[in-house]
Design a protein around this ligand. Structure first.
Ligand SMILES: CCCC/N=C1\SC[C@@H]2[C@H](O)[C@H](O)[C@@H](O)CN12
Length: 635
């Protein structure tokens, strides 16, 4: 093992150079997983296909996807597929390939726990009972008869798995070898070495192979092996940082991984039903995700239609239901715990935020134009959208100075910042002077919005931009630098989604500076009649513009109303790749650490075009997203 380090490294903050082919690796320098060369963190849920009729697989997978998971974890029970020696069944409810394909279609990656031993409250931990025909067999060891059966089983299973590896365009990003081997008495490294050779022989050298053990050094002593990335499992309530230092004893570098975060627990006949409080689960989950760790939790309860239920020792047979007090019940119903977990996951779904004034060079194809007095849109050869007027404060305004448009020449709204600090809004016919502060020479920016030209009557020759001079403390401001902005074109290229930028903090810092909020959302394929027309609702947002896949959906202004939703035609949405969404919020988004809410917009099925002031006031109360949120969490 590598030299231990006392430091607890957490997730890597930056993207690495992207790779051209599909790769999924561990980056030991940046302590994270890399998918196609870019930072990747999985938040996965356990679902056991062997405990759910295939008829319900898609239903459960979709619900797990809608919880905000990006991966699932599943066991392959050996005895489920080889009930008698040499006879294999991978059909119907046992069709592992069909299950893996459904995961792929649903946009969920797969962490495959291929055994040969799995535990999972499954009969003999998944090992076939017929192994006991040899009375002296030492299970889970380099016992030659045991290994011969393992070799034969793996020669059938692993070739079925290989085409579904991520590197082969499948959903499987990692494969677990054995399970909690460190808890087993044999402590047989030759056995683990044999399994590594076997998995590498059939799956190749690129796939990430890992082990899972209880979060204790004693477990890791016998459960880990060079060449298998060591992960741990622990439930809610512990000191998350301390628990992950246990993993660091085996893996001083690499991603933090909790392979089993218990959202519930198993039951035995005759004992009380085990439950774990949802708030308790949500709090620990929050702590794990805040560390940037990868994690899997038991998400989908299941049932044991067949008699494959196991028992624990001292002998206690387990009940038929595998409800596990899981977030999804054994009937597939979302529980309160499901929504509590979804709320936590939503906070860490990452996107990016960029101030408009940071991107001026990118947004302005023609570059800056210098002019003694301000030029209008048309003088800058632009008709619509936004223009940036930049100047340097000619005087010290440590005490506020009035910035005014004496002739009401702001057409139509100007968002004013000094050194990227919001100062206020100048608005045609409404606000022709605001006080600003800043040192002499500070950067004064006015992002001027054209909100539409008069279309009737004598005033239709409606010029846009700063159509008359501005004054600062009654002195006319001159020597402007003006940027025509090609926002539509830049958004359409998807360029904002590719900008290199350190991972945004846990929350996007609340800002009142005009900013782009960029994110993506996947619509699962394979669902009849999807995607459909929908409406976008900006609960808690102020005013701005929104694009999906480069299509400009128009202006939203829920603080003004009466329109609160934007129509989204189905034809601009896709299921084949993630949909890009870009929001230009000009005033204030409903997100940020102090608001403890992430940036999210909602897709709703009914338009709101007639909101009242009361309706709009409600938008700004701190709304519990739990019951309303059907939307896309993104920054
Ligand atoms: C202290 C627990 C040791 C046994 N491990 C258990 S009991 C419940 C869970 C499931 O069986 C799971 O399949 C095991 O990996 C871990 N675990």
């Amino acid at each position: 093992k590598r030299k231990n380090s006392g430091l607890l490294y957490i997730h890597c903050p930056f993207r690495s150079s992207s790779s051209s082919s599909r790769t999924f690796q561990i980056d030991y320098d940046k302590d994270c997983f890399l998918k196609d060369g870019e930072l990747f963190r999985y938040i996965s849920g356990s679902i056991h296909y062997s405990r759910i009729p295939q008829y319900y697989w898609k239903d459960r997978l979709l619900k797990m996807y809608m919880a905000g998971l990006n991966a699932i974890q599943t066991y392959v029970p050996w005895n489920y597929h080889e009930p008698t020696p040499g006879h294999y069944n991978f059909t119907g409810d046992k069709s592992l390939e069909h299950f893996l394909q459904l995961c792929n279609d649903t946009g969920l990656f797969v962490i495959l726990r291929a055994g040969p031993y799995i535990c999972g409250e499954w009969d003999m931990g998944g090992l076939p009972a017929w192994l006991l025909q040899k009375k002296s067999i030492v299970l889970r060891s380099s016992d030659p008869d045991y290994l011969a059966s393992v070799d034969r089983w793996m020669s059938v299973l692993l070739p079925k798995v290989k085409p579904f590896l991520y590197q082969n365009n499948g959903p499987i990003i990692s494969v677990q070898v054995e399970n909690e081997y460190g808890s087993y008495f044999a402590c047989d490294y030759d056995y683990l070495r044999h399994l590594v050779k076997l998995f590498r022989y059939y799956l190749g050298n690129d796939v990430v192979l890992f082990t899972t053990d209880g979060a204790g050094k004693s477990y890791l002593k016998c459960g880990t092996l060079q060449g298998l990335y060591a992960t741990i499992d622990f439930g809610p309530g512990g000191n998350v940082t301390q628990l992950f230092t246990v993993q660091r004893h085996a893996e001083p570098r690499g991603p933090l991984v909790n392979s089993e975060f218990y959202t519930g627990w198993l039951d035995h006949w005759g004992q009380k039903h085990s439950t774990i409080n949802k708030a308790f689960v949500a709090k620990s989950l929050d702590e794990i995700l805040a560390l940037g760790a990868n994690k899997n939790m038991l998400q989908c309860a299941l049932n044991e239609f067949c008699s494959s239920k196991g028992a624990n020792s001292p002998y206690l047979p387990q009940v038929t239901s595998y409800d596990y007090d899981a977030p999804l019940s054994e009937a597939g119903d979302p529980t309160d715990k499901y929504f509590a977990i979804r709320e936590v996951i939503r906070k860490v779904r990452r996107g990016h935020i960029y101030y408009v004034t940071e991107l001026v060079e990118l947004l302005s194809f023609s570059g800056p134009v210098k002019s003694h007095y301000p030029l209008t849109f048309v003088e800058m050869q632009q008709s619509f959208g936004f223009m940036l007027y930049r100047n340097a404060l000619p005087r010290n305004c440590s005490d506020p100075c009035p910035l005014s448009s004496p002739l009401n020449g702001v057409h139509d709204r100007a968002y004013v910042t000094v050194d990227q600090v919001f100062q206020g809004i100048l608005e045609r016919n409404k606000i022709i002077s605001i006080n600003i502060t800043g040192r002499a020479g500070a950067q004064l920016d006015l992002l001027v919005e054209n909100t539409g030209r008069i279309n009737h009557g004598k005033d239709i020759n409606d010029a846009k931009g700063l159509v008359t001079n501005l004054t600062l403390a009654s002195d006319i401001l001159t020597d402007w630098t003006i940027f025509s902005l090609n926002i539509d074109e830049v958004v359409a290229t998807g360029h904002l989604n590719k900008l290199q930028r350190p991972q945004s903090p846990m929350y996007t810092p609340a800002t009142t500076v005009p900013s782009f909020y960029v994110g993506a959302f996947q619509i699962p394929s394979g669902i009849p009649y999807m995607p459909q027309d929908t409406y976008l609702k900006f609960q808690g947002w102020s005013k701005g513009q929104v694009w999906i896949n480069g299509f400009n959906l128009g202006r939203y202004w829920p603080t003004k109303g009466p329109q609160l939703t934007l129509y989204v035609p189905a034809h601009i949405l896709t299921t084949s790749v993630p949909n890009n969404i870009t929001v230009l919020e000009l005033e204030r988004a409903p997100c940020g650490e102090e608001l403890n809410t992430p940036c999210a917009v909602e897709f709703v099925d009914t338009p709101v075009l007639n909101s009242t002031t009361t309706d709009r006031n409600k938008l700004f109360q701190k709304v519990s997203w739990l019951d309303k949120y059907q939307g896309i969490g993104f920054y």
